[in-house]
Design a protein around this ligand. Structure first.
Ligand code: FES
Ligand SMILES: [Fe+2]
Length: 412
């Protein structure tokens, strides 16, 4: 008899024997209806700026992107980036298949309808002569565009004016000199799985324990974590880390090895594995309550002592997203040189590459709901609640201002 008074146990001493569960309805949460806005946002949340490509990739040659399920044509004219709906109102041909016949415009390849890039106004119809009566009667929808961090950002809203992009960027990236390295990668899977994976408390120490980026670092087995909100961000605050654990009836398990550094004696909330390097003054000045934070519309921030890593999960449509990884080092002048060596030498490959590929793999194979959440998933619950609350506020505000929030076109 074991301590629980159960029958003789051979494999799992201490655990009462249970009848095996047979296949049937999956247990747990069946849908995300407790967060209706979040559930409906399969193709993304409207009302935000999203990074879509590198600035250097945008030229006078029209480029088609898909963002929140919408086809958009991007083009650069006289140094400025523009974005319009990529469907000619005449017969539905993509404007991105056309080109420029006059400065400041784009012409559809089919019959030469020619739209002003800034206003979307139909300025000329080449095949109907200079006096074409339809001119001035048709306006192509446009999108606001900005360029930051070496990337082109597009605002997708419901007709309202875009808020200044600097209000949406992580605060420390506005007004501090920083050198950034980034990676933009189209990935399969819903953007919410990517965001939830990024902020997920439980996975890193298990999934990434084999990554080269973490090869020599000890990783905890599990943590005691709280989620704390400050402003528009929620933070994971680690109260306690357990570097080894004894699982009843199974044995001891840890992430340690002879070739790994020993677990630190003390840990801080900057950097998750507790290194005690001097913290960069810009990062220290933020006084982040926790090293991992997330904000709308799916921006992850991981603060390390000498740099900050960001991930932007950009909804392409309900099944695809763009992974935009950005690493920022708050230095200037010649002091930025070591960053380039470090970033191009290994961070780009190990962190934005192989480490992140493990996340990519999980996001591709995640299939939820149904889901049966566990204690560390408090991080997911708080993120969904944040998304829900912020979206509810925005919806109310737009309605009060006379707009009709469209909601995403595809529901999951
Ligand atoms: S379809 Fe675009 S001009 Fe005719
Ligand atoms: Fe991860």
């Amino acid at each position: 008899m074991d301590a629980n008074g159960g029958a003789t146990v051979t494999k799992a001493a201490g655990a009462p024997r249970r009848r095996p569960r047979r296949a049937g309805k999956l247990p747990g949460r069946q849908d995300w209806s407790s967060w209706p806005h979040y559930q409906a946002a399969a193709a993304g949340f409207r009302g935000y700026w999203y990074p879509v490509c590198y600035s250097s990739q945008l030229t006078g040659k029209p480029k088609q992107i898909t963002l929140l399920g919408e086809k958009i044509v991007l083009i650069r004219d006289d140094g400025t980036a523009y974005a319009l709906k990529d469907r000619c109102p005449h017969r539905g041909v993509p404007l991105s298949e056309g080109n420029q016949q006059f400065p400041g415009t784009i012409s559809c390849p089919y019959h030469g309808w020619t739209f002003d890039l800034a206003t979307g106004e139909l300025k000329a119809v080449i095949t109907d002569g200079p006096e074409s009566p339809i001119c001035g009667k048709v306006t192509q929808p446009t999108y606001e565009v900005a360029e930051r961090l070496g990337m082109v950002w597009v605002f997708v809203g419901d007709g309202e004016d875009a808020p200044p992009i600097d209000e949406q960027l992580p605060e420390e990236l506005v007004g501090n000199a920083a050198v950034v390295g980034s990676r933009i990668q189209p990935r399969i899977g819903n953007w919410r799985f990517a965001c939830e994976n990024g902020y997920d408390e439980g996975h890193a120490k298990y999934l990434h324990r084999t990554s080269l980026w973490r090869l020599f670092k000890a990783m905890p087995v599990w943590n005691e974590t709280r989620i704390v909100q400050r402003g528009r961000w929620i933070y994971r605050v680690q109260d306690k880390q357990y570097w080894t654990a004894d699982f009843p009836g199974l044995g001891k398990w840890d992430n340690q090895s002879w070739f790994k550094l020993k677990p630190p004696k003390q840990t801080s909330n900057i950097g998750n594995t507790g290194s005690h390097r001097e913290v960069n003054p810009v990062i220290a000045a933020q006084e982040f309550p926790g090293f991992a934070s997330v904000s709308m519309p799916g921006v992850l921030r991981i603060a390390y002592p000498t740099f900050i890593h960001y991930e932007f999960y950009v909804p392409v449509d309900a099944e695809n997203h763009l992974y935009v990884g950005v690493m920022a080092d708050f230095r200037k002048g010649w002091r930025t040189l070591p960053f380039y060596l470090k970033y191009l030498g290994f961070v780009r490959w190990l962190f934005h590459g192989q480490f992140s590929a493990q996340d990519k793999w999980m996001v591709e194979v995640t299939d939820a709901p149904p889901e049966r959440l566990y204690r560390p998933d408090e991080s997911l619950l708080k993120w969904r609640k944040l998304a829900e609350d912020v979206t509810e506020e925005r919806t109310e505000r737009l309605k009060a201002d006379g707009f009709e929030p469209a909601g995403p076109p595809v529901e999951s």
